[in-house]
Design a binder for this molecule. Structure first.
Ligand SMILES: [Zn+2]
Length: 267
């Protein structure tokens, strides 16, 4: 799936976590923003496609393969491998906590450690969940050379790769996620009046959004799957866009195409 939808999904997760937080604006904003960041982190493994990869990172680590080969391989640092796993989600969530511990703790005692952990638990849970959401969103994309994501790395099995959706232009999913974020921001703004109901309402909105996305993904009515590199890329892209046009109607589809052409990443 595209990086914009991934990032927004993380932000949507963050709005739910923030709605359960009792602290102020700064805390809520950092939960939301760090969750958005967590949801784009897995695709850091696409760095091997960077034009200067071989001359920089490849050279530094004495890598035997070229960046493009790494990307389409099943090495632990290839695309959809380690960084697309629960293991990476756990390690990076712990890394975030330790960074905060060493940056903010006034003394490095167990009491301070556990107090900070208790304070940060919503942020950490949100960061972890947002990272996982990315992995779940990649599962219905085509198998390609990987056959899904290495969800339980170092286990060798790859999960998903079902080809329910095309890699990009899943505008309907994007719009549902944007709506979830907007509604939850309204809920957050009304938290003074909603009091303890704030979290429950935000979570309900998120779950409804998630179910809607699931239904949309499962009812494309076209099998986008392929294995290896054997695919008529343009035909599949055209089909995906045609489905979006039928789903959204001319007007909304036109707006989304305009937005798509403006952004510099695959969307
Ligand atoms: Zn990904």
């Amino acid at each position: 799936m595209d990086i914009i939808t991934h990032g927004l999904s993380g932000i949507a997760v963050g709005t739910v976590a923030a709605s359960f937080a009792s602290k102020g604006f700064k805390n809520k904003a950092s939960i939301i923003l760090l969750s958005g960041f967590a949801a784009i982190l897995p695709d850091l493994d696409a760095i091997s496609l960077w034009s200067k990869f071989d001359g920089s990172i490849g050279k530094l680590f004495h890598l035997h393969h070229k960046g493009k080969e790494i990307y389409f391989s099943k090495l632990w640092y290839s695309h959809h491998a380690f960084l697309h796993s629960v293991t990476a989600a756990l390690i990076l969530t712990l890394a975030l906590f330790f960074i905060r511990f060493f940056a903010f703790a006034k003394s490095y005692t167990f009491a301070v450690f556990s107090k900070l952990f208790k304070n940060d638990r919503l942020l950490l849970l949100s960061f972890f969940t947002a990272f996982l959401i990315h992995l779940i969103e990649d599962m219905p994309t085509p198998a390609c050379v990987w056959g899904g994501v290495a969800f339980l790395w170092p286990a060798k099995a790859y999960w998903g790769g079902s080809g329910d959706i095309w890699w990009w232009n899943n505008y309907d999913i994007f719009l549902i996620i944007v709506l979830v974020i907007l509604l939850n921001l309204v809920v957050l703004a009304c938290s003074r009046w909603l009091k303890k109901r704030t979290g429950k309402i935000a979570l309900s909105i998120f779950i409804i959004g998630f179910i809607c996305c699931f239904i949309q993904i499962k009812t494309r009515g076209f099998d986008f799957n392929y294995t290896g590199h054997q695919v008529d890329f343009e035909a599949y892209e055209t089909k995906s866009l045609q489905i979006q046009r039928e789903l959204l109607g001319e007007k909304v589809y036109g707006w989304m195409r305009k937005f798509d052409r403006k952004v510099k990443v695959n969307f």
